[in-house]
Design a protein around this ligand. Sequence first.
Ligand SMILES: [Zn+2]
Length: 241
Amino acid sequence: MITQKTTPNQMERKDKDGKVWTPDVMVYHIADGTYTGTISWAQLASSFVSSHFVIAKDGRITQLVPLHMAAYTQGLNYNSTGKTPMPIQSASRLVRVRAVNPNCYCISIEFEGFYADFYSNGVLQYQGCKGAITEEQITAAVEVEQYCNEQLKSIYGKSAGIPADREHHMGHCEINPINRPHCPGELFPYDEILNRIVSPANTETKTIYRVQTGAFSNKANAEKLAAELQNKGYQTIIKSE
Ligand SMILES: [Zn+2]
């Protein structure tokens, strides 16, 4: 289930030349905040930040920005000279080649959690996870991906969607290695999420192989064999069909 909320912090997916982009890249962030804190901060007009989704440690999901709109997540940052646009510094070939504000074509997820230990008045409030999100967050990220692909197809047509490869799934640090080297963090499970997106079957329960020893029309004979097997230390059940 995805809770729907709104925020004024969004814009059209239009780049500097007026081209409107179809989103096809998923970007992961560590919120450096709590679930509710991250949501209310994104809803505040003066914060000028937002993301499409926020995922709590327990797997709850909130959507703040509709997919046809751009969120204020990756930022149009410049380097310290204020002159080099971020896409040029990016570690991602895709981002460098496109050379526009990545918010135009990205969908973003903020994961509740802190990269580093967070102290307040000298007291540890939250332990840093270095990007190691919870199992519930991984499952929710896969759910968000499926939801996005369905939504994108209904908005933009059948060929739309997020290609299931590492090039289209990146961390904020890959877009902006200069200013966001620790978002979402070096322990973030990119491959684990991608593997589950590519083969959802991997996450289903494992096949169980049973050994059958005999089939009898007479129940007493079945019980006799069961007793023999139990005596030899095998677990046995009798099933009727
Ligand atoms: Zn980030």
